[in-house]
Write a protein that binds this ligand. Structure first.
Ligand code: CUA
Length: 349
């Protein structure tokens, strides 16, 4: 499957995540998973990471207890209705009136107390395992910053920043510090962890410890403006060796390729550098995504299009066409400058 097909399938699946469709999506998720090689369908009931599996275990316990109560109550109602229904020949006298039963009242007081007690113990344990506010030693720190409408990922120990596609190693915990550059967003990758709000002027924390390598998709889960639905997340879980290779490549400065010098000049002499960083050049804007290794990413505009020459060109000509409301302006460059710019951006591997 090509990146473009994978991308369009993913975004189609993600657009289904609306309140009405959510339950149906969850129910069909396991069936759909086999149809999408390489991309995990984002079902909370198919966890691939430590905190997510804890949440599912907890949910299953609560659902199991509720289901057992439902079955018992429904069975008692059915038995009562059938057994004590009015039969032909019944006389019209009132049945014997009974007042109270100590055994029954004791039972329906004590049993719910035990259930509530057990549930509160499990709830507290689950909450404590999820809420860790300080990075434990050995965990990898990543700062995720929500922007309208894309994600910035900073790797403070490695000294680089990337966007929209988070790469982490398998079997090692990643400690996420969540910040917002503007409004409230929410970070949600259903198979890896529960969702955590991303709030301006506040730091929230969450963590993931993926157990299976692969690509996991998610999205912003808090309405944050016109392009909220196109604020997608892709998390790549690598073997430790692959992760090291990726991180070393990301840490390098952008190479200056002589063949793309014309496009580089266009980039460095227009407003591009006010919003974008390319390490190794004078471009150090922070408003838009870091482009130092733009071509290492699979998608453009936080998952709105595949990252290839055609879409890159469309994006530079008119970002609004691909992502209406996007805060990147159309630069109004002529065709030659656009082509040179695309050629330069494609050297940012
Ligand atoms: Cu960011 Cu919704």
């Amino acid at each position: 499957m090509s990146v473009a097909e994978g991308y369009s399938k993913t975004s189609r699946v993600l657009r289904l995540i609306r309140p009405g469709a959510l339950i149906g999506l969850l129910l069909t998720a396991s069936a759909a998973a086999s149809a999408e090689p390489g991309i995990q369908t984002p079902s909370i009931f198919d966890p691939r990471s430590t905190p997510a599996s804890g949440i599912v275990d907890y949910s299953n316990l609560v659902l199991g207890i509720c289901f057992a109560i439902f079955v018992i109550v429904m069975a008692l109602i059915a038995i009562t209705v059938v057994r004590f229904r009015r039969r032909p020949g019944d006389d019209d006298r009132e049945p014997p009136q009974i007042y109270g039963s100590n055994q029954l009242e004791l039972a329906w007081t004590v049993v719910p107390i035990i259930i509530v007690f057990v549930l509160s113990l499990v709830t507290v344990r689950t909450i404590f395992s999820l809420q860790i506010d300080e990075k434990p030693p050995g965990w990898m720190p990543v700062t995720a910053v929500g922007h309208q409408w894309w994600w910035e990922f900073q790797y403070p120990e490695r000294g680089f920043t990337t966007a929209n596609e988070l790469h982490v190693p398998v079997g090692r915990a990643t400690f996420l510090t969540l910040q917002s550059a503007d409004v409230i967003h929410s970070f949600w990758v259903p198979q890896l962890a529960g969702k955590t709000d991303v709030i301006p002027n506040r730091e929230n924390h969450m963590w993931i410890e993926p157990q299976v390598p692969g690509l996991y998709v998610g999205q912003c889960a808090e309405f944050c403006g016109t392009q909220h639905a196109n604020m997608l997340l892709r998390i790549y879980v690598h073997t430790p060796e692959d992760f090291e290779r990726w991180a070393r490549a990301e840490a390098r400065e952008a190479a200056a390729v002589p063949a793309a010098a014309a496009g580089r000049d266009v980039f460095l002499t227009t407003a591009c550098i006010n919003c974008h960083t390319v390490r190794g050049t004078v471009a150090n804007g922070r408003f838009g995504p870091d482009l130092t290794h733009l071509m290492s990413r699979q998608t453009l505009g936080a998952g709105v299009a595949p990252n290839d020459s055609d879409h890159l060109k469309q994006w530079l000509i008119d970002p609004d066409h691909l992502k209406p409301g996007a805060l990147m302006p159309a630069m109004g460059l002529d065709t030659q400058a656009i082509d040179q710019l695309v050629a330069y951006l494609e050297t940012l591997e």
